[in-house]
Design a protein around this ligand. Structure first.
Ligand code: DLL
Length: 433
C-alpha cells in the first residue's frame, strides 16, 4: 500500500483549507473557553474567537513558547479535565521544569493515525516486522512508533534503546524489516553489525525511520549503503504530538506534514513576520485536532522551509525541508534535548565549582559524547587530588540524574576557561553531521 489515508494525504489544497478552517475555528473556541492562559493572551492581543474565521486569521493569534509550558508546569495548558487524560509524556530532563504533555484517548488515536501514515510512507505494511529501538518511557519516540506500527497491523518488536548486541541478534533472528531509532544509533548499529561479522544479506531489513535529532544527506547515504536500506527522515516534537509531525516519502525530498492535524508556518524569528513558501525560518505549529494539549502557533525554534508543490509520490501535503538548525542553544545529545542553562543550574546548585564552564560535544564511533570542563575555585585548586575527584564525581552524578545523560567531567585550573566580552561561548560542538 502506498498511502495510509489517501483522502487526507492527497487532498486538494481547496479541500484541505476547508478542513483546516473548520478545525481551527473549533480549536480556538475550545482553548479560549477552557484554558485561562490562552484567554488572557488573546484578550491582551484584542482577539476573540469570533475573529478567527479562516486560516488566514492565524496571524492574529498570539504565539506560544516552550517557556509558557514551563511557567504553567505541569498541567496549566491542558484543555480538558485531567480525568480525560490517558497518557502523559515529558521532554528530556528528569527533574525541574520539563515540558509535560498530555493526551486524551482521541489524541492517542490521532497519534497512531499520523504514525501509521509515516510508517506506510516508509514502505511498511501489516507484513512488516518493526523493531522499535527508540527509548520507551516519557520520551515520545518509542511509544509513538509503537502505536503507529500496531495501527497498520505490523508485528511490533518493542525492544527500546540500547543493548546493541541484542538489537543485532533480534534483527537477524526475528526477521526485522524496518528499524526505528535515531540516525546516530543507526550508524552505530551498522558499524557493530560489520564488527560482529553479519552481512547485509543475513538481514531482511528494508527501511529505517530515523529522527529525533538532525542528520545530513551524507549520513543518510552512509546508513543506506552500510545497512542496504531506505533511510527515511521523520520529525516531531513532544509538544505537538511526538514523532508523526512530518515524515519523508520514498522520494526523500522533504517531510510531508499531516496538515489536517497540524498547520505549519515559517516565520522570521526576530521580526515574527510570516514568511512566504520556500523561505527559511523558524517553524511554527498550530494543532487543530488535539484535545489534551492544543497548541496555538507554537514556536519550535527549529529552522526549516515549506514547499507546497505536489510531490512525485502523489501526496499534496506540504513538505518541510530537513531541519537545518535551531534559533536557540538547545543541543541534542544522544537524542536527549539539553540546554546549556540546565547544566549551569546543576553546577550552581552544587556550588563547589566556579560558574565558568565549557561543554565539548563530539561524536566518537558514531555516538555523541559530552565533556564538561568546569573551573575550580582557588580553594579547591589548592586542595588534594582526592577532593577534586570527589567533586568531579558529584557533578557527573548530578548531571546524570538531572538531565539523564552521562558526561565526562573535568575540573580545570582557575581562570583557564576563556572569558568573553560579549555572549559567553559555552559550547564547542565538534560533531560533523
Ligand atoms: O524527538 C520526537 C521524535 C521521536 C521525533 C522520534 C522523531 C523520532 P522531543 O524530544 O520533544 O521529541 O524533541 C524535539 O528534536 O524540536 C527538533 O529540534 C529535534 N528533532 C526531532 N526530529 C528531528 C529530525 C522528539 N528529523 C526536537 N531532524 C525538535 C532534526 C529533529 N531534528
Amino acid at each position: 500500500m502506498k498511502y495510509w489515508n489517501q483522502t487526507y494525504e492527497c487532498m486538494s489544497r481547496e479541500e484541505m483549507t476547508r478542513v483546516q478552517n473548520e478545525r481551527l475555528i473549533n480549536t480556538v473556541k475550545r482553548i479560549y473557553h477552557n484554558v485561562p492562559f490562552y484567554r488572557d493572551k488573546m484578550q491582551k492581543k484584542g482577539v476573540e474567537p469570533g475573529d478567527i474565521k479562516t486560516i488566514e486569521d492565524l496571524k492574529k493569534l498570539p504565539f506560544t513558547y516552550k517557556q509558557d509550558l514551563r511557567d504553567t508546569y505541569p498541567y496549566g495548558l491542558f484543555a480538558v479535565p485531567l480525568s480525560e487524560i490517558v497518557r502523559i509524556h515529558a521532554s528530556s530532563g528528569t527533574t525541574g521544569r520539563q515540558t509535560v504533555v498530555g493526551y486524551t484517548r482521541r489524541d492517542i488515536d490521532t497519534w497512531a493515525e499520523v504514525m501509521a501514515r509515516t510508517l506506510t510512507s516508509a514502505g511498511a505494511s501489516k507484513e512488516s516486522f518493526i523493531q522499535v529501538a527508540y527509548g520507551y518511557g516519557l520520551f515520545t519516540g518509542g511509544l509513538g512508533v509503537h502505536y503507529g506500527a500496531e495501527r497498520i497491523g505490523a508485528s511490533v518488536i518493542p525492544i527500546s534503546g540500547g543493548n546493541t548486541k541484542r538489537q543485532l541478534q533480534i534483527m537477524k533472528d526475528f526477521g526485522t524489516t524496518l528499524i526505528a531509532c535515531t540516525p546516530s544509533y543507526a550508524m552505530y548499529l551498522a558499524e557493530e553489525l560489520e564488527e560482529a561479522g553479519f552481512k547485509k544479506g543475513d538481514l531482511k531489513l528494508k527501511a529505517g525511520v530515523f529522527g529525533a535529532e538532525p542528520w545530513s544527506e551524507s549520513m543518510r547515504k552512509e546508513i543506506e549503503e552500510r545497512l542496504g536500506i531506505l533511510a527515511i527522515d521523520i520529525y516531531g516534537l513532544s509538544e505537538v504530538i511526538g514523532p508523526g509531525v512530518a515524515s519523508e516519502c520514498p522520494c526523500q525530498c522533504g517531510m510531508h506534514i499531516p496538515e489536517d492535524h497540524f498547520i505549519p508556518e515559517i516565520i522570521n524569528s526576530d521580526t515574527e513576520e510570516v514568511l512566504p513558501p520556500g523561505s527559511k525560518g523558524e517553524l511554527v505549529f498550530t494543532t487543530i485536532t488535539k484535545e489534551g494539549l492544543p497548541l496555538i502557533r507554537y514556536r519550535t525554534r527549529d529552522i526549516s522551509s515549506l514547499n507546497y508543490d505536489k510531490c512525485e509520490c502523489g501526496r499534496t501535503a506540504v513538505r518541510m525541508s530537513k531541519v537545518s538548525g535551531r534559533t536557540d542553544d538547545m543541543l541534542i545529545i544522544r537524542g536527549v534535548n539539553v540546554f546549556p542553562s540546565q547544566i549551569e543550574s546543576v553546577l550552581l546548585e552544587i556550588g563547589e565549582a566556579a560558574p565558568h564552564y565549557l561543554l565539548i560535544v563530539d561524536r566518537v564511533d558514531n555516538l555523541d559524547t559530552l565533556e564538561i570542563l568546569v573551573e575550580m575555585t582557588q580553594n579547591i585548586f589548592s586542595d588534594e587530588i582526592r577532593r577534586i575527584e570527589d567533586i568531579e564525581r558529584k557533578i557527573r552524578h548530578e548531571i546524570e540524574s538531572t538531565l539523564g545523560i552521562s558526561a565526562k567531567v573535568k575540573l580545570v585550573e582557575p581562570k583557564t576557561i576563556e572569558r568573553s566580552e560579549g555572549k559567553a561561548k559555552r559550547v564547542i560542538d565538534k560533531r560533523v553531521i
